[in-house]
Design a binder for this molecule. Structure first.
Ligand code: CP
Ligand code: NVA
Length: 325
C-alpha cells in the first residue's frame, strides 16, 4: 500500500535503478523542512528499499558521506554506516565527542573542507545552531542526526513503523508522554505534516517548545493534523501509540526535581491498558528501564521499539537516495 497521495515528482536517475524518486529539499535539519507529500514519498521509497535491498545496491555507488558525532550513538551510527554501505556509498565517521564543532576550527571552515571530499554531511550536534551554520556554509546536503531541538531521521522511521503496523498516518493518534524534547518536537512535526493527531502529555515545566507547538497548530489547519498539550496521563485513552523517551537527554544535567515531576508519566501496563488493547508502545531508544518505561511494556507484545530501530536505516537510506541518486 502506497503512502503517497500523489505521483512521485521526479523520475529516477540511472543510478537509482529506475525507481521514481521524491524531490527533497537540499538539507534535512528538521521535519519542518518537508511537507506531507514529500514525507510520504520518502516513506514509499523506504518501503521499496526495505523490500528489495539487492535491487538498490549500487544506487549511491561512488558517493561519500561524512558522519559527525558530537554525542554518543548506537542506532544512528550503525544504521548510517550499514545503510550507506548497502547502497554502495562510502561513509567516514568523525568522532567529535571530545572536540565540539567550532573548537579546533570554525564551523564555516569545517563545512568548506568537507564539501570538497563528500557528497553529503550527517551530523549529531549539541546545539541546533551549529547544524544550521554548517548547512549555511556547506555546498553539499546536510542531515541532522540529532540536535538538542530535533531528531528528524528518528521521526521518519517512526512514521514508517506506524504505517507498517497498519495505522494510517492521516488517522493516527499518537501520545508522546514524558519530557517534551527533541524527539517529541520531530514527532509533532511529522505527525501533523501527515495529517495525524498528536497529544503531548508532559509536566507543565517540561513541555515541548511553544514555537514547535504553535507551528504545528498552524500547519494542522492546512493538513488536517492536530497537536495538543496536556499534563493529564489519562489523555492516552484511545490512542494508537504511546511514545516515550529518556527523561534526561544527552548533554542535559540530571535534575532531581524534574525526575520527580516526571514519575507520574512513566509508561506501565496500566497506562497501556488505558490506551486500549490495540495501542503500540514506541521509544526511540536508548531506554532507561524502570524510569520512563517498565520492562513489561518495552519487552511486551505491543512494543515496536526494535522495528523503529531497524527502520532508521530504511528511512535514512530513502532520504539519501532521493537526494543523491
Ligand atoms: N534513537 C537514536 O538516535 O539512537 P542512538 O542515540 O543510539 O543513535
Ligand atoms: N532525547 C534523547 C534522544 C536519544 C536518541 C537525547 O537527545 O538524548
Amino acid at each position: 500500500m502506497s503512502l503517497s497521495t500523489s505521483t512521485p515528482t521526479s523520475p529516477g536517475s540511472p543510478g537509482s535503478t529506475g525507481t521514481s524518486l521524491p524531490t527533497v529539499p537540499d538539507d534535512l535539519l528538521s521535519i519542518g523542512d518537508l511537507d506531507g507529500p514529500t514525507i510520504r514519498g520518502i516513506l514509499d521509497l523506504a518501503i521499496e528499499l526495505k523490500r528489495d535491498p539487492a535491487g538498490h545496491s549500487t544506487a549511491l555507488a561512488g558517493r561519500s558521506v561524512a558522519l559527525i558525532f558530537e554525542k554518543p550513538s548506537l542506532r544512528t551510527r550503525a544504521s548510517l554506516e550499514v545503510g550507506l554501505h548497502r547502497l554502495g556509498a562510502q561513509s567516514v565517521v568523525f568522532d567529535q565527542r571530545d572536540s565540539p564543532l567550532g573548537e579546533r576550527e570554525s564551523v564555516h571552515d569545517l563545512g568548506r573542507n568537507l564539501e570538497r571530499w563528500f557528497d553529503a554531511v550527517a551530523a549529531r550536534v549539541n546545539r541546533h545552531a551549529v547544524i544550521t551554520e554548517l548547512a549555511d556554509c556547506c555546498d553539499v546536503p546536510v542531515v541532522n542526526t540529532l540536535s538538542d531541538l530535533h531528531h528528524p531521521c528518528q521521526a521518519l522511521a517512526d512514521l514508517l513503523t506506524l504505517h507498517e503496523r497498519g495505522i494510517p498516518l492521516d488517522q493516527a493518534h499518537v501520545a508522546f508522554i514524558g519530557d517534551g524534547n527533541n524527539v517529541c518536537h520531530s514527532l509533532i512535526e511529522a505527525v501533523v505534516a501527515t495529517g495525524g493527531r498528536i497529544t503531548v502529555i508532559a509536566p507543565p515545566r517540561h513541555g515541548p517548545s511553544a514555537d514547535v507547538v504553535s507551528a504545528g497548530e498552524r500547519l494542522g489547519a492546512i493538513t488536517g493534523g492536530r497537536v495538543e498539550v496536556t499534563d493529564d496521563p489519562e489523555a492516552v485513552r484511545g490512542v494508537d501509540a504511546i511514545y516515550t523517551d529518556a527523561w534526561v537527554s544527552m548533554g542535559e544535567t540530571e535534575d532531581p526535581d524534574k525526575l520527580e515531576e516526571l514519575t507520574r508519566f512513566r509508561v506501565d501496563e496500566s497506562l497501556m491498558n488505558l490506551a486500549g488493547p490495540e495501542a503500540v508502545f514506541m521509544h526511540c531508544l536508548p531506554a532507561h528501564r524502570g524510569e520512563e518505561v517498565v520492562d513489561r511494556v518495552i519487552d511486551g507484545p505491543r512494543s515496536v521499539v526494535f522495528d523503529q530501530a531497524e527502520n532508521r536505516l530504511h528511512a535514512q537510506n530513502a532520504w539519501f537516495v532521493a537526494r543523491l541518486a
